[in-house]
Design a protein around this ligand. Structure first.
Ligand code: IPE
Ligand code: IPE
Ligand code: MG
Length: 253
């Protein structure tokens, strides 16, 4: 049964979970913080702070709607190219987010997952993330998958290297390398592919996010800057998703 989202948009509190056409896994590029701030004459860091507030809202909303996995792109392997003060601010945000939200995540049975090159992070960021992973490890509800220092190409390179090692050690034959064998070495191992990809801020590109995993994902773009993104926008995206026809290369008989 289809969740009556148009009705939900009018009556947002009446959200039912577990409906059949609900995307299981939603991936979001949290983009537009800088432009949001610029529009208001504020420093870019104010935009990042407001973006963190948006994340809190959307995690709450996704949990209420009944989403199983929410993947959020917080910092890419290319974002190190930004001025150092901005990078430093961004590296402190996970600590701040987790300090204020960890209790809430636990209360809502949300399990944190990390996706990216952990070793490249400053020690304080790594510590905050590692601790939060441990403290939510026993939770069984929605998975909040944080893409931090994440790049899809780096992820694929790492997977290929691990597979090559297995092969050169004689543990894997070339014929045994298939989709499943590759997926085993991705950061998303064990997670379903995203059903719905959301990118706010008016940009229509993937920016090195989940290149393998979005092969058959439904893409949804919005002009809203991430700090302004709220439950209504999430519901709009889900509504659009529910009106798509996913064929996976086949045809409807
Ligand atoms: C997203 O917002 C946050 C990160 C990429 C870390 P941006 O900082 O990219 O904001 P814009 O795209 O410049 O507006
Ligand atoms: C993508 O946004 C990365 C994150 C939101 C974390 P960017 O702002 O870095 O992407 P580009 O530069 O517009 O492609
Ligand atoms: Mg951007």
């Amino acid at each position: 049964m289809r969740i009556p989202l148009r009705a939900l948009l009018r009556k947002k509190t009446d959200i039912k979970a577990g409906e059949k056409d609900l995307p299981q896994h939603i991936a979001i590029v949290m983009d537009g913080n800088g432009r949001w701030a610029k529009k208001r004459g504020l420093p870019r860091t104010a935009g990042h702070h407001a973006g963190m507030e948006a994340l809190k809202r959307i995690v709450g909303a996704a949990g209420e709607i009944g989403i199983k996995v929410l993947t959020v792109y917080a910092f890419s392997t290319e974002n190190w190219r930004r001025p150092q003060p901005e990078v430093e601010f961004l590296m402190r945000l996970p600590n701040e987010y987790l300090k204020t939200e960890l209790a809430e995540l636990n209360k809502n049975n949300i399990k944190l997952r990390f996706m990216g090159e952990m070793e490249g992070l400053p020690v304080h960021t790594r510590q905050a993330v590692t601790q939060a992973l441990a403290e939510t490890a026993g939770n069984t509800g929605m998975i909040l998958n944080f893409a931090l220092n994440y790049g899809s190409r780096a992820e694929l390179v790492s997977a290929v290297r691990q597979i090559a090692r297995q092969a050169s050690d004689g543990l894997l034959r070339a014929e045994e390398i298939d989709d499943a064998a590759i997926e085993k070495y991705l950061y998303t191992a064990g997670l379903p592919d995203p059903d719905l990809f959301i990118r706010p801020s008016g940009e229509s590109r993937l920016s090195n996010f989940l290149l393998w995993q979005v092969a058959y994902t439904e893409l949804w773009f919005s002009d809203v800057y991430w700090p302004d993104f709220d439950k209504t926008h999430l519901l709009e995206a889900i509504d659009a998703y529910q009106n798509r026809d996913r064929r996976y290369g086949g045809i409807k008989l």
